[in-house]
Design a protein. Structure first.
Length: 277
């Protein structure tokens, strides 16, 4: 049976080169909001899980200052390579990178002031195991904060995508959450997950981080440079261009004067580690 961690790493290595595409600017938007909500003290030590190309790590670095430290981990080396390029370009001294499994952290207990994860927890095969591991390395009184997509994120384009791709013989495994990214779209599931890890002072807030794309071609940039690409790659190569053209024809009628609305409903879920966890 294929290792799901290896599959996730391979998928995101393939999209790493385009992950900072301007069409996907909800990633840095979310990073800024996440750090505002976390409000870490100067000098804090923060773990950024599933860092990707490092938009959260960069925002966290600015918040904790040179006296603080950010550990950024990911399974995809291609993503970390992109972040390393930014670190080298800007001469950033306090972000450390590690290829690491988010559910098997190589850090001692009570090591970090806070742990954050933006749009990554839903890729863990067992999210409960992962979150308990994050709690293990968090200091008592520290916070764990993760973001996930809400139920309306990327709609109605997502529904059009699913309908069209099923016509090409690609079946979504779960009709209620056909993509891993939608596994935690229910706020109650986020609360249950945090509670199950022994956290307290649990809060889940929803924010709309959406914006208008220029046209349907920009929507395809989102598809091709995100986890959705894996689904397109399940179509035989000779038929992918046909799928792209048909899907974009489905999307085109959604255009308005301002462009194509990209709904990025986002849940911010947080809890605090009490003593004894």
């Amino acid at each position: 049976m294929p290792d799901p961690r290896a599959q996730v790493a391979a998928a995101f290595n393939r999209v790493a080169a385009g992950y900072d595409n301007p069409a996907m600017r909800f990633f840095p938007f979310c990073a800024d909001r996440l750090i505002v909500r976390l409000n870490p003290a100067r000098g804090s030590r923060i773990l950024d899980v599933a860092t990707g190309t490092g938009v959260v790590a960069m925002a966290a670095m600015q918040a904790v200052g040179h006296e603080g430290r950010v550990m950024a981990i990911d399974l995809a080396e291609g993503m970390l390579d992109r972040l390393q390029e930014k670190i080298d370009k800007f001469g950033i001294p306090n972000i450390d990178l590690h290829v690491m499994d988010a559910a098997a952290l190589e850090f001692r207990r009570d090591y970090f002031d806070h742990v954050v994860c933006s749009f990554g927890i839903f890729f863990l095969p067992d999210m409960s195991v992962g979150l308990r591991e994050w709690a293990r390395v968090t200091k008592p009184g520290g916070r764990i904060l993760f973001t996930v997509f809400g139920k309306q994120a990327f709609q109605p384009m997502m529904e059009l995508f699913i309908r069209r791709i099923e016509n090409y013989g690609v079946d979504a495994p779960d009709k209620d959450a056909p993509f891993a990214a939608m596994r935690l779209a229910d706020p109650e599931r986020c609360r249950d997950l945090l509670s199950g890890a022994g956290l307290k002072d649990i809060e889940v807030h929803t924010e709309q981080l959406g914006y208008h794309l220029k046209d349907e071609a920009e929507w395809w940039e989102v598809v091709w440079n995100s986890g959705m690409r894996e689904w397109v790659e399940r179509i035989p190569p000779a038929r992918r261009e046909s799928f792209r053209a048909e899907h974009l024809a489905d999307v085109r009628p959604l255009m308005v004067e301002q462009g194509l609305w990209l709904n990025v409903e986002t849940l911010f879920a947080t809890g605090t580690k009490p003593s004894g966890v």
